[in-house]
Design a protein around this ligand. Structure first.
Ligand code: ZN
Length: 319
């Protein structure tokens, strides 16, 4: 047994430690020593292996009660390649442009801009071009893409930081738009991060989050083969659990909708074939990209109009 190697967590949204098991892989990550999980983390094996997901008995969040600790995570992320490299640039650009346009509909594009995990900065570049932002605060642990981010801000004032857990360099009440794309379901303590973030927003400032949706049709169809069941996601959200988390972190005006992702048709066909156990190999497939509302949710929220008071504490189990 190697359980003691890993962190034991209560529910990261409500603090309860009552949870029932819901989804496990054939070989469970919590029964393997860390060195045997490394190749699975890097995606070297096709076999699914993840920490067992449980459903919180109180708030219904789907999460891993046993997971990597912060030090293990820092080390594992240290040798990771940038996200989504299997999908073409054109498809990524179309997807990210859609996200930005959605955020721009309900938010004034002024004040400072903050993004956690901007990757190579597709949305940063959009924000620099079409917004009227002051300073850009970019929290990106992958130092190899910091140069690309400097290009994305196009000469605008920017601070690039590698530590995604500490937002303290950002002045309180300064940020007009904050963005987190496929970041929140990677965090050990999402409530802490969102509470910090809310304090950085100006009154009425906007937050946009994109995550997977564990209540999606795709998840029901694919079951254990749903790609977001993996070592990188210590929790997975649905519209209800997302809303609860944001309310606890002090946000208002919360809306959750299914988001559109653009995929090259060839990529989709290969993923689908893989999910049902077919190998397409070198079969030629068309290069079109299609926009699908497929398994992801986009959440918009605001900081309250009144200046925020004390940060809400997580409700303790005994209360
Ligand atoms: Zn809970």
């Amino acid at each position: 047994m190697s359980r003691e190697e890993y962190l034991r967590r209560a529910c990261p949204v409500c603090g309860s430690s009552q949870a029932r098991e819901e989804m496990g892989s054939r070989i469970r990550a919590e029964h393997q020593p860390l060195h045997q999980l490394r190749p699975f983390w890097s995606g070297l094996f096709k076999e699914k292996l993840f920490f067992t997901y449980h459903r919180c008995a109180r708030c219904e969040l789907l999460y891993n009660p046993i997971y990597f600790d912060g030090d293990q995570l820092a080390e594992l992320y240290g040798d990771m390649a940038p996200n989504m490299d299997a999908v073409s640039d054109e498809a990524i650009l179309a997807t990210q442009q859609g996200y930005f346009e959605r955020a721009a509909q309900g938010t004034r594009l002024e004040g400072d801009y903050l993004e956690i995990g901007p990757d190579v900065g597709h949305i940063v570049a959009q924000a620099a071009r079409s917004g009227d932002f002051g300073h850009f605060w970019l929290f990106e642990p992958n130092l190899a893409i910091h140069d690309a981010l400097r290009v994305a801000v196009d000469g605008g004032p920017a601070t690039l930081l590698a530590d995604m857990d500490d937002l303290s360099p950002v002045p309180d009440g300064s940020v007009g738009l904050a963005v987190m794309i496929h970041v929140l379901d990677h965090l050990l303590d999402p409530l802490e991060t969102l509470s910090q973030l809310r304090a950085k927003l100006r009154p009425g400032g906007g937050l946009m989050i994109v995550t997977h949706n564990e209540r999606s049709l795709l998840r029901r169809v694919l079951g254990e083969r749903w790609p977001p069941f993996c070592l990188q996601h210590p929790e997975l959200y649905n519209p209800d659990t997302m809303r609860q988390l944001l309310e606890r972190a002090g946000f208002t005006g919360i809306s959750v909708e299914r988001s559109r992702n653009h995929f090259p048709l060839s990529f989709l066909a290969r993923q689908a074939a893989w999910a049902v156990g077919l190998k397409l190999g070198r079969v030629p497939l068309p290069g079109w990209s299609v926009g699908l509302r497929l398994g992801n949710i986009l959440t918009l929220a605001k900081a309250p109009d009144q200046a925020a008071t004390a940060r809400p504490a997580r409700q303790l189990e005994a209360v």
